[in-house]
Ligand binder design. Structure first.
Ligand code: IMP
Ligand code: MG
Length: 170
């Protein structure tokens, strides 16, 4: 669906915008949401021409996917303090939007100076929560995708590109 080359080019553009947005920041806290964002955050921070601190947070959303408000649990919190700091939250995919909404509210309650979000992929047609990443790599249709850090049952995270999963009944 999206080649490694296309992803790299998009990250170059996004990192330029991010560097501009945070040009007056002395050290940006980049928070990756585990596990899906680990490849994206690795490529993104290497394009950022500013001091960064890298931290990770793991959330799991579970329960009934048909419900409009799913419960999101924090499995691993960030290590650093973010009060008064500038923070960039890095997500792999915004799907229903519940995960990013929950994480954003949690981190905002700690009073950062500025908090922005970026997602590599956005599936706007699946949205249930009223949220949008401040930056989006690519808008994609409602397909199940893998690669570039993103898994299907813990497989295919190591693909260098984003591919769509073809289910046998399609
Ligand atoms: P949501 O926005 O709270 O619905 O959850 C987003 C999370 O669901 C992402 O961080 C992914 O971990 C997972 N997810 C959503 N769509 C896909 C997909 O197409 N492939 C793999 N994981 C997905
Ligand atoms: Mg995820």
């Amino acid at each position: 669906m999206i080649s490694a080359k296309t992803i790299a080019a998009r990250i170059e553009d996004l990192s330029r915008e991010i560097s501009q947005e945070f040009s007056d920041t002395d050290k940006l806290v980049v928070v990756g949401l585990l596990r899906g964002s680990f490849v994206f955050i690795a490529d993104l921070v290497r394009e950022l021409d500013m001091p960064v601190e890298v931290d990770f947070l793991e959330a799991s959303s579970y329960g009934n996917a048909m419900e409009s408000s799913r419960e999101v649990r924090i499995l691993k919190d960030i290590r650093g303090q973010i009060e008064g700091r500038d923070v960039l939250v890095v997500e792999d995919i915004v799907d229903t939007g519940h995960t990013l909404t929950h994480v954003k509210h949690l981190l905002e309650s700690r009073n950062p100076r500025k908090l922005k979000t970026i997602a590599l992929l956005d599936k706007p047609t699946r949205r249930e929560a009223d949220i949008r990443g401040d930056w989006i790599g690519f808008e994609i249709p409602d397909e199940f995708v893998v690669g570039y850090g993103i898994d299907f049952a813990q497989r295919n995270r190591n693909l260098p590109y984003i591919g769509k999963v073809r289910f046998t009944d399609e």
